[in-house]
Ligand binder design. Structure first.
Ligand code: NOJ
Length: 561
């Protein structure tokens, strides 16, 4: 890849804000748009170019905003449309772009389309959703919802079932319907005309369902089957995205990222192809599934460490296979994942900071557009102090109902362990700004309990410490901006079978980078050929012992070829 061909979003770093948990400005315990505006200087200080906002639209909040009842209205909990316009203007004044969440695989069951659709079989919006007759008095197929239980809800009034791949309050939209697609594009253009800078597209890989909606392979002993292999990358998905590109995305210089659950390399190359016919980039999930439970019925619920060799193998595959033809997103954390330092790092007092910096270094020298989820830049950890009465997330609540109470796959304590390791609420606890009341997040009662480590892990402390995780992230962002090689270089993995150290190169015409990451709490030694005049660009220790590596040591060298 040549420097002249770099697009702005290929050199950008994205900061993800979960508005509900970022900053409350009115004391109701829920973060809001004004709160985000107050904190823009923090995002500027970090150096991020783009903010991705999780959904802020009107919603009954069955799935925290991912069930939208009006795509063109702001949820009053977050403020008003004026507040949004103010935030957008204030962000642009700082040269920060704003990317919106687009949730159009499903709407809320309170959306006017669904209210009409469910009102009768011959309503003209009936076909905006996926309705089917019962089969032998049962659901039309064996698909499970991604949040447990059946993916079908029976509607007494019409005697038919509707499909909801997520919770009941999230009926799936029928993308086969031309008028539905048209309405979605009109709504997107309305946001584009407002001046937003792009879209993160929620489970966009799922919008085209397979013809005939066949049963999915059923694991032994299970009632319902995970349908991801059938619902992801369906027969018309690329056609729909090409249409969206023509009708909306080409109307401005936008950044688009598809959340593409179930994506493989072949489909990613189409979604994110550099020919620009669909999206700019995708979120792939394979590296987030490497520590899944071996029992498919338990899915993500487990507490086992990841295998470094598998992680290298997977990330390297994505680096290599997308190079030159499509574009990666790079992420560890988001609002659906636990905190990375607690998952792939070490969140003990001794190693939290150094391992958080190591994970950041490992990811931020790769090819792709990096995403930082709020608090990741502080090394925020999983929230072990939350108990069953504290959780809010529907995935956790339904997961316990089905896995523990109904299917009895594990006991309550084991499930709690799994939730502390993998649950989404680990990411969603309020942002930790200060060591004071409610970590400076709210004057009221926070909607979700705070992580009780906020007195030590918070923004004030991080900004006061030159050596903090925050400044490490700041430096990584600066390096990406300054050094095109991080965007363009060819990726090469060193020692794939080394199960302790993750080392790779980024190779350019005249220079190369060597990035070394000790994934363990051990002192180690390696023998990579590092030229004597190599420049140390960044490290998470104060001094450099060359190839003697201390616990979780991470560093990057730059040298001429
Ligand atoms: C993916 C989103 O990131 C997640 O938070 C949400 O629950 C599902 N899609 C359903 O919209």
């Amino acid at each position: 890849m040549t420097t002249s061909a770099i697009k702005w979003w290929q050199k950008a770093v994205v900061y993800q804000i979960y508005p509900r948990s970022f900053q409350d400005s009115n004391g109701d315990g829920i973060g809001d748009l004004k709160g985000i505006q107050e904190r823009l200087s923090y995002v500027s200080k970090l150096g991020a170019d783009v903010i991705w906002l999780n959904p802020i639209y009107q919603s009954p909040n069955k799935d925290n905003g991912y069930d939208i009842s009006d795509y063109q209205a702001i949820n009053p909990e977050f403020g008003t449309m004026q507040d949004f316009d103010d935030l957008l203007a204030a962000a642009h004044a700082r040269d920060i772009k704003i990317v919106m969440d687009l949730v159009v695989n499903h709407s809320s069951d309170q959306h006017k389309w669904f209210i009409e659709s469910r009102s009768s079989k011959d309503n003209d919006k009936r076909d905006f959703y996926i309705w089917r007759n019962p089969v032998d008095g049962h659901e039309p197929n064996n698909w499970s919802s991604f949040f447990s239980g059946s993916a079908w809800k029976f509607d007494e009034k019409s005697g038919q079932y509707y499909l909801h791949l997520f919770v009941e309050g999230q009926p799936d939209l029928n993308w086969k319907n031309d008028e539905l697609r048209d309405q979605v594009y009109q709504m997107m253009n309305w946001w584009v005309d407002k001046g937003i800078d792009g879209f993160r597209m929620d489970v966009i890989s799922m919008i085209s369902k397979p013809d005939g909606l066949p049963d999915a392979p059923l694991p032994a002993g299970n009632t319902y089957a995970n349908p991801v292999s059938l619902t992801a990358n369906g027969p018309h998905v690329h056609e729909y995205l090409r249409e969206m590109r023509q009708k909306v995305l080409n109307n401005a210089d936008l950044m688009t990222v598809g959340e593409t659950s179930g994506v493989d390399i072949e489909h990613a190359q189409k979604y994110a192809g550099i020919d620009g016919s669909e999206l700019n980039m995708v979120f792939q999930f394979e590296h987030m599934g490497l520590d899944d439970n071996p029992n498919p019925a338990l899915g993500k619920w487990d507490n086992q460490p990841v295998s470094l060799v598998k992680l290298k193998d997977n990330l390297s595959k994505w680096q290599t296979e997308l190079e030159g033809n499509s574009w990666n997103s790079l992420y560890w954390d988001n609002h659906d994942q636990p905190r990375i330092v607690s998952r792939f790092g070490n969140d003990s007092a001794e190693y939290r900071e150094v391992s958080a910096k190591m994970l950041a270094t490992l990811l931020h020298f790769m090819q792709g557009t990096p995403y930082i989820f709020q608090g990741e830049e502080l090394g925020m950890t999983n929230a072990y102090n939350l108990g069953w009465d504290d959780f809010d997330d529907i995935e956790i609540i339904n997961g316990r109902k089905f896995i523990v109470d109904k299917e009895k796959l594990v006991d309550n304590d084991t499930m709690l362990d799994y939730v502390h390791y993998k649950g989404r609420d680990n990411a969603r606890t309020p942002m930790q700004w200060t060591a004071g009341k409610n970590a400076g997040f709210t004057d009221g009662t926070p909607w979700l309990k705070l992580n009780d480590n906020f007195e030590t892990i918070n923004v004030t402390a991080a900004l006061a410490d030159d050596n903090s995780v925050f400044y490490h992230y700041q430096k990584l962002i600066q390096l990406r901006h300054d050094l095109d090689l991080i965007t363009t270089g060819h990726y090469e993995l060193i020692d794939p079978a080394d199960d302790q150290v993750y080392t790779y190169k980024r190779i350019g015409d005249d220079q190369e980078l060597l990035i070394i990451n000790n994934f363990t709490d051990q002192d180690l030694e390696r023998d990579y050929p590092v030229p004597a005049d190599a420049q140390l660009l960044i490290s998470n220790y104060q001094d450099d012992l060359g190839l003697k590596l201390r616990p979780y040591e991470a560093k990057a060298y730059l040298y001429n070829r």
